[in-house]
Every structure is written in structure tokens, then in C-alpha cells.
Design a protein around this ligand. Sequence first.
Ligand code: SF4
Ligand code: SF4
Length: 346
Amino acid sequence: MSKVYFIDFKSLRKFKKLLLHAGLDRVVSKNDIVAIKLHFGEKGNRGYVKPEYVQRVVKEVKALKGRPFLTDSNTIYVGERSDALRHRAIARTHGFSLENCGAPIVIADGLRGNSFVEVESGQKHFKKIKVASALYQADRLIFVTHFTGHELGGFGGALKNVGMGGASRTGKYEIHEAVVPKIEKGKCTGCGVCVTWCPAGAINIVKKKVNIDSDKCIGCGECILYCNFGTLSIEWSNLTESEQEKLVEYAYGVLKNKKVLFINFLNFITKLCDCCATTAGPVVPDIGILASFDPVAIDEASVKLVNEVGKRDVFRQLFPGKDWEFQLNYAQKLGMGTRNYELVRI
Ligand code: SF4
Ligand code: SF4
């Protein structure tokens, strides 16, 4: 059984206690470079974990003489976080800066999302995975997660923050099932930039419009990123259970041989994750903050608390076709943690 520590939002003065009870001092040692992995929030989103909370984590890491930095990886869709320049700009807009948080921002997979280290995973879908290099190179990892609903597995918690967030942009394409980019020919100017960047020689320009040879395309997504006209986009599939397994296998590889602490924020819990602009309000009232060594236990405890407060199976109601237990069971099967937990209220 794993312990999951908890405070509610009326007890924020106990935040340091929460981190120490959860074992921050066993994760961070003097001079460790500590990656604090979070989500800076897509443009228009209001749900991301706010800088004032992140600043508190930074402060405690520094108190243990660690050297923290704030990080996330680039997205596969073209938005405000699809390259490091945009990503840092939106982070700053949302209040994440050295001055506000006390730690610098390093985008984990580099300028264009191609900076990764291959790590042995040895699982069903992946023998090797592509971990965003700054996360691989950091001595210690702290995953600060805003817990939300998510169309992939019903909810998005620590496992998703690690698996999807720890993957380089190329890795994210591997998790994704649909390979060949979708084309909106009306937007194509025929400029040919995508042809230059396609590593598989899959693109040609026919009558001043882009054309992709699906037999050659390897689904790397480079063309999507380099097109400045929004012609190409990812073809979202039905988000299968196989994708959930892949996500968990990525999380397994990211965490391999690492000392890690997980912190889940259960406030402003929305149906969709922080990659989306927030239009709808939260689905349950604010609950509190959890911390644990165990990514499975902390996500299990988070779901249970949400359901307890919502007095219903919230995520099954939000996504009737999704079994939120699937990712937890698969992660447990891979030995990443346990669904059996003890909730310790601080
Ligand atoms: S898809 Fe984009 S980059 Fe490629 S030719 Fe068309 S406009 Fe240019
Ligand atoms: S996804 Fe990659 S391989 Fe496929 S067309 Fe685009 S750049 Fe080429």
C-alpha cells in the first residue's frame, strides 16, 4: 500500500509539511538539478497550476539546496506551446518567470521538440522511447500536475503528465495512433517548406498544393510544425486503449531509474485538460493538494476524491466511452505503483 498525503485549500500554510511528509527531502539533495515538470497552460486556459503554487515548490527545493528549473515539452499540435519560443512566451504571459517563481524555464525537448534521449523501455509497444532531454538529464524530477478530465483516458493526472509530458514531440507522435497528417488544401500556398523538412521524402507539391504519400510517411510530424499556414494538422483518432497503454509505457520509461515526487492539484477540475482554452467551469468544487512517491496511487486517490466530492463517478459521466481505470491497471501491471493507497490528511 502506498501513502498519499493530502491538504485542503484552507490549509495552505501546511504546504511545506505536505511536501516533507511526502518525502521531498528524500528526493532532493544538495546540488541536484531538479526538473519541476508542469503545464504552463495553453492560450485561453485558466486551469493550470498557478505560479504562486509553483513558487512554493521551488522555495522548498532550494531550501534543500537543490537547483530547480521549470519545464514542459512542446506540443504536437500547432498552438502557443509548439516550439520553445512560443512556449516560453505563453509561460511568461501566464506569470511563470524567474522573478515570479524563483527558477528559470527550460523547454525540455528544445527549440523544435527534437531534443530527446532514447531510453530502453522494453514493453509491449515500445522497446525504446524518446524522453525529452532536459527531463532525462535532470538529477531529480518533480511532477506538478493539474488534475482534469481527459478524452484519452477519462482523466489526466500524474501518469499523463509524465507519459505525454515527458515525451519529446517526436515521442508524442509515437504515442498517437494516426500517422499521416490531415491536409486542408485550401490553406496551402505551395511554398514547399514542408518538403524540405520531411525526413521521409513523403511530400511533393502537385499543382501548387501539398500531397503526402501515406506509404512513405513515418508520422514524425515535422511538416505540421514547419508549415506557417496551418495547412497540416494531426488527425486525432478515436483515442484507443492502445494509446493509453503507449502513454503509460512512455511514463514507465521517463521514470526509469529516477527519484521522483508527484504533486497533484485538485482545483478548477475541468472536463478537458490545460491544452484547451477554458470555456466551461469546473465539474466539482476545489478539493486540495496531494503528494506521493507513487504515480498510480496519487492518481487513484485523486479520482476517488473527485468522485467523493462530486457524489458520482465524475469521469465516467464526462466520458461514458472511457474506462478511467484502464491506465491505472496498466501502470500497476508494469510495476509503476499500486492502486492500494492510504490517504494521510496533514
Ligand atoms: S503544407 Fe504548408 S509548408 Fe507545405 S507547401 Fe503547403 S503551405 Fe507550404
Ligand atoms: S509526418 Fe513526417 S514523414 Fe509524414 S509527411 Fe510529415 S514530415 Fe513527412
